[in-house]
Design a protein around this ligand. Structure first.
Ligand SMILES: Nc1nc2c(ncn2[C@@H]2O[C@H](COP(=O)(O)OP(=O)(O)OP(=O)(O)O)[C@@H](O)[C@H]2O)c(=O)[nH]1
Ligand SMILES: [Mg+2]
Length: 200
C-alpha cells in the first residue's frame, strides 16, 4: 500500500517536473514541448556539422518526427540563447533552394512556412567557395541568415585564411567561425544569434 502510494507520488512529481521543464509525454515517450516558441533553423549541405551544433544547442530531450506528408525526418528541441528559449530545428541537408530531392523540398517548405527568427547556414569552411551560393540564395529569399563557418580546424590545417570581417561586410550578415566537434565558437555563436534576433 505504502509503496503504491510512493510510486504514485513519484509519477506526480515527474509530471510536475516535466510541465515545469516544458516536457510533454507522448505515446509513452518523453518528448520536448516546443509549442509557442520562436524558431531557429540550422540549414546547410550534408555533413557540415548541423547535427553536432543541434546537439550542443539543445538539451537531452529532442523530438524526431516525419515532416507532414513525407518520410523525411526533422529534429526539434528546446535551446536557451540569451534569456530566451527557442525551438531549434535540425533540417535535412540541402545544396540549393531549387529543390531536387524530397529532403531539399522539406527544408525549403519548412523555412517558408515556419519562418524561423534566425536561419543558421552551416558550411564546411574548407569548401566555402562551393557553399556560399546557398548563403546568397537564402539571403535573396529574404531569410534572416547567420553564416557559420564550421570545421575551421581542418580549414586552418589546410592553410586556408578567411577574412571574416570582410565576409560580413560583403554579405551584410553575421559570420561566425566554429569547431563544433570541439565545442569551440559556440558562445560567440549564441551571442551573435541573441543580438541578431533581438535587433530584428
Ligand atoms: N573536424 C571537424 N569535424 C566536425 C566538426 N563539426 C562536425 N564534424 C564532423 O562532421 C561529421 C558530420 O557532422 P553532422 O553533424 O552529422 O553533419 P550534418 O550537417 O548534420 O549532416 P547531414 O545530417 O547528413 O545533413 C561528423 O563526423 C562530425 O563529427 C568540426 O568542427 N571539425
Ligand atoms: Mg544531420
Amino acid at each position: 500500500m505504502s509503496s503504491k502510494c510512493c510510486s504514485m507520488n513519484r509519477k506526480w512529481y515527474q509530471k510536475l517536473f516535466n510541465v515545469l521543464l516544458g516536457i510533454s509525454e507522448h505515446d509513452g515517450e518523453v518528448v520536448q514541448n516546443t509549442e509557442g516558441l520562436e524558431k531557429i533553423a540550422l540549414v546547410g549541405s550534408p555533413n557540415v556539422g548541423k547535427s553536432v551544433l543541434f546537439n550542443i544547442l539543445t538539451g537531452a530531450y529532442v523530438t524526431v518526427s516525419n515532416y507532414p506528408g513525407t518520410t523525411v525526418e526533422v529534429s526539434r528541441g528546446r535551446g536557451r540563447i540569451g534569456n530566451e528559449e527557442y525551438e531549434i530545428i535540425d533540417t535535412p541537408g540541402l545544396y540549393s533552394l531549387m529543390c531536387i530531392t524530397e529532403e531539399e523540398k522539406v527544408t525549403r517548405d519548412l523555412l517558408f512556412r515556419e519562418r524561423p527568427k534566425a536561419v543558421i547556414h552551416v558550411i564546411d569552411a574548407k569548401n566555402i567557395q562551393r557553399m556560399l551560393p546557398l548563403t546568397m540564395q537564402l539571403i535573396e529569399g529574404g531569410m534572416p541568415v547567420i553564416l557559420v563557418l564550421n570545421i575551421m580546424d581542418e580549414a586552418e590545417r589546410m592553410g586556408l585564411k578567411i577574412n571574416i570581417e570582410q565576409l560580413e561586410r560583403e554579405l551584410g550578415i553575421p559570420v561566425i567561425s566554429t569547431i563544433a566537434a570541439l565545442n569551440k565558437g559556440i558562445e560567440q555563436l549564441k551571442e551573435r544569434v541573441d543580438k541578431y534576433v533581438k535587433a530584428a
